[in-house]
Design a protein around this ligand. Structure first.
Ligand code: GLU
Length: 296
């Protein structure tokens, strides 16, 4: 495939089956990458072992195949990348940006839910480090969202965040930043629930010396009670015919479906969607890769 340097990805956590929201993230990220003749990679975010569900990864791969979403190259399993995350943590430790923390979840809850920086300037005398946290600066991070426009976030409002948990598991924010850079990802399209962590990811990109991908946060699909669908909360798995899933995804992405496509099959809908996105994104902003909008 002719790939002018654009690399997108879909990065599911195999904690359950795909549901309408994750199908939208899969289709949306595929369309943005492929409409610009880019590559589309698949990464299994299988680090949080207590949340994983046996067989979910192969079920996800089967669903993606049924949806006609073919990916490039081998699937990357984050569980094979632990040394790379350890190296990134070591780099942050060497830079004095990561520090050990002794606090338990309960202590943080009692302190109001946001980590108050208890161990920031050294562990209390009688305590041992359990987790590693990032020293977060006051300055905001600014990034461009392809769909939502310029964004400005203050990671400091959430406190110093975890890089490696007390159980040794590397945090999603660290692992995803390390892998997006290593895989050469230039665009990250995913659900809007992850918009809030993007400022932290930008901070890590800056500290680790990585370029910044373009972000595109897709609409969230909520359940009847207004909650985000979530694999680990047992949201009903995607069980429609592939053509129906494409129609729903196009509706969710705000793409009007021509009347003559109402009974179309999956390949026809996929071709229509690719053509539609290719027209709307004549020059996917490859030039915004590495764009660093920062106030500090
Ligand atoms: N693994 C994350 C999830 O399933 C998505 C990560 C990402 O796209 O950055 O919610």
């Amino acid at each position: 495939m002719d790939a002018p340097g654009i690399v997108g990805r879909f990065a599911p956590t195999p904690s359950g089956l795909l549901h309408r929201g994750s199908v939208l993230a899969a289709i949306g990220s595929y369309l943005l990458a492929r409409a610009s003749k880019g590559r589309w990679l698949l990464r299994m975010e299988d680090l949080d072992t207590p949340r994983l569900q046996a067989g979910a990864d192969s079920a996800i791969l089967r669903d993606l195949e049924r949806l006609g979403l073919e990916w490039d190259g081998p699937v990357l399993y984050q569980s094979t990348r632990i040394p790379a995350y350890a190296e990134a943590l070591a780099q942050l430790q060497r830079q004095g940006l990561a520090y050990p923390c002794a606090c338990t979840r309960q202590e943080i809850r009692l302190a109001g839910g946001i980590y108050p920086g208890t161990c920031r300037n050294g562990l209390p005398a009688d305590r041992q480090g359990r987790a590693w946290r990032l020293r977060v600066p006051e300055q905001p991070r600014v990034f461009h969202d392809l769909l939502l426009g310029p964004q400005r976030q203050f990671p400091a409002l959430e406190g110093d965040f975890i890089l490696q948990r007390a159980d040794g598991i590397f945090a999603y924010v660290l692992a995803s930043v390390v892998d997006d850079a290593w895989q050469g990802v230039t665009q990250v399209a995913r659900g809007e629930d992850l918009l809030a962590v993007t400022g932290r990811q930008c901070l890590l990109q800056d500290y680790l010396g990585h370029g910044r991908p373009v972000y595109a946060h897709l609409p969230l699909i909520l359940d009847g009670q207004g909650r985000k669908l979530s694999k680990s909360d047992g949201a009903s798995p995607w069980a429609e015919a592939p053509a129906r899933a494409w129609m729903s995804a196009l509706t969710d992405l705000g793409v009007p479906l021509p009347a003559d496509l109402s009974g179309a099959d999956m390949p026809t809908l996929r071709a229509f969607a690719l053509d539609h996105f290719a027209r709307r994104l004549p020059a996917m902003p490859n030039q915004s890769f590495n764009r660093t909008l920062r106030y500090d």
